[in-house]
Design a protein around this ligand. Structure first.
Ligand code: NAD
Ligand code: MG
Length: 383
């Protein structure tokens, strides 16, 4: 039996992880969860899965859950989170909190030398320079569950060596506004931007997919996860989201991973060891499969170039890019910012904050707060 600690249990990735656990209750056990403010969903998970440990950071949500489940181990402080993550009984930590808020727990899990299944790409973008060497030093195993990165992971040889790789293609659905030029996206509403054609996801990543910022975050994520130069990665639009990424080798072979768009597939893969973890899935109908590919839109090349610059610069650059985007997305969802202005907030904030080299969580937090304040100032100045 593998004990799983699921951070971000009440979210969209949380749902998929719980479904995989439920389908494999003979081998996978939900040992603990961490959740945000969605107490209704947290309560339902506690009732259905009886996890032994529950971490709730938000104090109002913590009070509510504590009074509803007086016999359960409900935790709230940073020390309690650290103790839970470091608990010897925890075999696997799933990092699926959304945004920079997930970094603290990702760092704790890596520092504890755990097997860490990482969905929280913002952790890697904001602190890849710290997380990846720490994983090496502590013997932590980072396994991606972002579908593209899990696909790359599956297409690499068993020892995950990249020596013979000549190119990696990261596919992108293109989001709900594929083929609509950026100049026509000025007055898009949050409701329209949240409608992803292929995936059902949390609101933040749905907007990131619509702006294509998600693909740029994923480029930075891939550069850190696989420790490769950004020049080896191409971003290619593949509207059907069937091929999740492609690895081309120096002998001319290209290997891809395919499935219908369903996050349970990469999650089950990441939870597999010698034996695969079985799930119920919709088979691909290969006799009727039409796959198409097109270039990453040229009107988003400024964004892509910035992501490539961040891959090469490292330090605080990813953190600032991420913080500006988080604030811009939040403002867009609150109808305070136009869709096209999300890009302006990112570029302007990025130019305002000088590059530095944060080395610890305190400095990362300070810098994140500073970048968020600057992004808010930019929003005020352009709206
Ligand atoms: P979501 O908004 O559906 O869920 C986010 C979860 O994080 C919720 O459980 C929420 O309660 C929790 N949370 C937020 N702030 C928290 C805090 N301070 N402390 C504890 N918990 C907190 O988001 P999602 O779509 O599940 O995405 C989660 C992560 O996975 C993101 O980083 C996203 O980029 C990544 N991801 C998601 C998908 C997908 O299909 N949804 C695919 C690839 C990667
Ligand atoms: Mg992805």
């Amino acid at each position: 039996m593998k004990n799983i600690l699921l951070l971000g249990a009440t979210g969209s990735i949380g749902d998929s992880v719980l479904s995989v656990i439920k389908q494999n209750s003979d081998s996978l056990n939900l040992y603990g969860i961490a959740a945000g403010k969605n107490t209704e969903k947290a309560a339902a998970i506690i009732k259905n899965f009886s996890p032994k440990n529950i971490f709730i950071e938000d104090i109002a949500a913590y009070d509510l859950i504590s009074s509803s489940f007086p016999n359960q181990n409900i935790l709230n402080s940073d020390q309690e989170l650290l103790d839970l993550i470091s608990d010897n009984k925890v075999d696997i930590v799933v990092s699926a909190i959304v945004g920079f808020a997930g970094l603290k727990a990702s760092l704790m899990a890596v520092n504890a030398g755990k097997i860490v299944l990482i969905a929280n790409k913002e952790s890697i973008v904001a602190a890849g320079d710290i997380l990846m060497p720490l994983a090496k030093a502590k013997g932590a195993q980072i396994i991606p569950i972002d579908s593209e990165h899990n696909a790359i992971f599956q297409c690499l040889p068993a020892d995950k060596s990249t020596t013979d790789v000549s190119k990696i293609i990261i596919t992108a659905s293109g989001g709900p506004f594929l083929d609509i030029p950026l100049s026509k996206l000025n007055n898009i509403s949050p409701k329209d931007a949240l409608k992803h054609p292929n995936w059902e996801m949390g609101s933040k990543i749905s907007i990131d997919s619509a702006t294509l910022v998600n693909k740029c975050l994923e480029l930075i994520e891939a550069r850190y996860l696989f420790d490769l130069n950004e020049k080896l990665f191409d971003l290619v639009i593949h509207p059907q989201s069937i091929i999740h990424s492609i690895v081309t080798y120096i002998d001319g072979s290209s290997i891809s991973q395919m499935s219908n768009p369903n996050m349970e597939v990469p999650i089950a893969n990441a939870l597999s060891d010698i034996r695969k973890v079985p799930i119920a899935f919709k088979e691909l109908d290969f006799s009727n499969l039409k796959l198409s590919f097109q270039e990453f839109p040229s009107d988003r090349s400024k964004l892509e170039n910035l992501a490539r610059e961040i891959c090469n610069t490292g330090g605080s650059s990813g953190l600032v890019f991420n913080a500006a985007n988080e604030i811009a997305v939040e403002s867009f969802l609150n109808n305070q910012l136009k869709f096209s202005q999300i890009y302006d907030v990112i570029y302007r904030t990025f130019d305002l904050i000088p590059l530095s080299n944060p080395q610890d969580i305190e400095t990362l937090n300070e810098l994140n707060n500073e970048a968020r304040i600057e992004a808010k100032k930019v929003i005020k100045s352009i709206t």
